[in-house]
Design a protein around this ligand. Structure first.
Ligand code: B12
Length: 488
């Protein structure tokens, strides 16, 4: 069997280190055909890469590029540069194996990142089948250019591709939608030194692929396709059951679907299966969409073991929700907030200001909603400015409005959209002012608590044996600190 090394280049530890689910799934998928090894750069940050390459002598090296940027205008961390400097460039000095890129960040900018890093191939979208096809083509000495999803770089500065559709100079990336139910489990904890993740980490799990929503700025349908491909609840819970026996009860299982409660019924079925098996595991999920929330859903989630959820309405202004094409109504958001309070389901809320039609009035509408409906024990994050990614409806709008041109390379420097009536400095002022008056509201540029507060929170949790989500402990401290004038 030929040897394939898969490298996790993600070293971001905030909000917590996340295990590289994508390459673990690929490793499981390819294991009968290739001798696959994973090098996890999350904690080691490249230090052992040389030794791994020298000892394994891989015939192919795949690099996973998850993040590009933080999607926050005030933050300038460029993850692709880090991946290049810490992993790709050093590996190039040690190996002539074909370098193959993939991952969600890569998929958003396939051509640009191939050019930036000088890697040989890239796979946009899901990695499993295209990588298998690419490796087989390379083994047979065949041209890889016909393989759907595969980008081929040949020569300096040019990336040639079989990309699915080209519109002018820009392409629309489209994930090829394959069956997702019959795939092998990721077995993440067996493929990595999972003990490094057990402290604050999570075991990630996907219940489906695809996102059928059409949010203006969002890249998810490009990454996963726009048709839901569901995993059966039995298979999902089998994986949780198996993994929890190995990793123990200290680990939280986190659902990483784009939207957890879409399409209606799937999340409910998963909860029922979890309840039926009495697993007693700790669960959390991001992406609870206000559209399909109900008493039944939240009741089942609590019974199944959900300790925390993320809700991402982005706005609570009727006109902005419509412009952002969120697909839910004010009634949906109000109901969701009421239910979250009623069930006391710890929630982190995310609002994204500055989209088309945003102005001081619409900003105030969202703030009024926060004051009236959101439980002050819950966290609210506020961002201003929508990162523009190629292939999204926002990209087209920004072109039409003249904010960007076809020639612009949006990979770096990062480009954000601000509506004309909420320009960047103005919006920042509104957000900072709103946050300064509310202990549970934070600007997204300010996600790390002061180290002293974090220490105090850990001590408090240990002393009182608190099992609540960390953010709730931190919020109580923020309230106290604000009252004492220790926090602005
Ligand atoms: C869940 C999620 C989160 C959760 C993570 C929880 C967890 N336990 O993992 C939370 C909320 C914490 C989070 C945080 C962040 N996230 Co996030 N997140 C996601 C989301 C919705 C799913 C990621 C996921 O696990 N997918 C499932 C796995 C199986 O898919 P995958 O990793 O992409 O792998 C497949 C392919 O990409 C490919 N592939 C992957 N690696 C490789 C390697 C090779 C060689 C090949 C060939 C193929 C390949 O094959 C895999 C299997 O098919 C994506 C959006 C999306 N729909 O993808 C955003 C996304 C990945 N996040 C993003 C970002 C930016 C962030 C943050 C930086 C945000 C911030 N400012 O803090 C942080 C970074 C956190 C960190 N430590 O890295 C961006 C990344 C791209 C970008 N714009 O930079 C995305 C794409 C969203 C977006 N709007 O564009 N995130």
């Amino acid at each position: 069997m030929k040897k394939l090394l898969l490298v996790n280049t993600n070293i971001e530890k905030s909000p917590y280190p996340i295990p590289p689910l994508g390459i673990c799934l690929i490793a499981s998928f390819l294991k009968d055909h290739y001798d696959v090894r994973i090098y996890d750069g999350m904690f080691d940050e490249g230090r052992d890469l040389e030794q791994v390459i020298r000892s394994q002598k891989p015939e192919f090296i795949g690099f996973s590029i998850r993040n590009v940027d933080e999607m926050v205008p005030e933050k300038s961390r460029f993850y692709v540069e880090e991946a290049y400097l810490k992993f790709i460039e050093p590996a190039r000095k040690l190996s002539n194996a074909p370098f193959i890129l993939g991952g969600s960040g890569y998929t958003i900018f396939p051509q640009e990142i191939l050019d930036y890093t000088g890697a040989d191939y890239g796979i946009a979208g899901e990695g499993e089948e295209p990588l298998m096809a690419l490796l087989q083509a390379l083994e047979r000495g065949e041209d890889a250019r016909g393989i759907p999803g595969v980008y081929v770089r040949s020569g300096e500065g040019t990336a040639m591709t079989d990309i699915y559709s080209l519109s002018g100079k820009r392409r629309t990336i489209r994930c090829i939608e394959r069956d997702f139910n019959s795939r092998p489990f990721s077995e993440t904890d067996r493929k990595l030194d999972f003990s490094l993740y057990t402290g604050r980490g999570v075991y990630s799990i996907q219940t489906k692929r695809g996102c059928a929503l059409h949010c203006l700025y969002c890249s998810y349908p490009l990454l996963e396709g726009s048709r839901y491909r569901l995993r059966s609840p039995v298979s999902i819970v089998d994986e949780i059951e198996e993994a929890s026996e190995r990793v123990g009860k200290n680990v939280t299982f986190e659902f990483v679907d784009s939207t957890f409660n879409e399409p209606k019924g799937h999340a409910e079925d998963i909860c029922r299966e979890l309840i039926r098996r009495k697993l007693n595991v700790r669960l959390r999920t991001m992406g609870v969409n206000p559209r399909n929330t109900s008493k039944e859903l939240f009741g089942l989630m609590l019974d199944a073991g959900f300790a925390q959820i993320d809700v991402t309405p982005d706005s609570a202004s009727p006109s902005v929700i419509k412009n952002l094409r969120k697909g839910f109504t004010m009634d949906d958001i109000r109901r969701t907030a009421r239910l979250i309070k009623e069930f006391d389901l710890p929630a982190m809320w995310f609002f994204l200001f500055g989209g088309p039609g945003e102005n001081q009035t619409t900003f105030s509408e969202t703030i009024d909603f926060i004051d009236k409906y959101i439980n002050p024990a819950d966290m609210v994050y506020m961002s201003g400015g929508l990162r523009i990614y190629p292939g999204t409806p926002l990209y087209k709008l920004a072109l039409m409005e003249g904010c960007i041109s076809l020639e612009d390379n949006l990979l770096y420097p990062f480009v954000f959209y601000f509506s004309p009536e909420s320009p960047r400095p103005q919006l920042r002022e509104w957000i900072l002012e709103a946050c300064s008056k509310r202990h549970h509201c934070l600007p997204s540029s300010d996600t790390t608590p002061p180290p002293e507060m974090l220490r105090e929170a850990v001590a408090l949790r240990n002393q009182q044996g608190l099992r609540e989500p960390m953010f709730r402990t931190l919020l109580r401290l923020r309230k106290e600190w604000k009252a004492k004038g220790k926090l602005s």
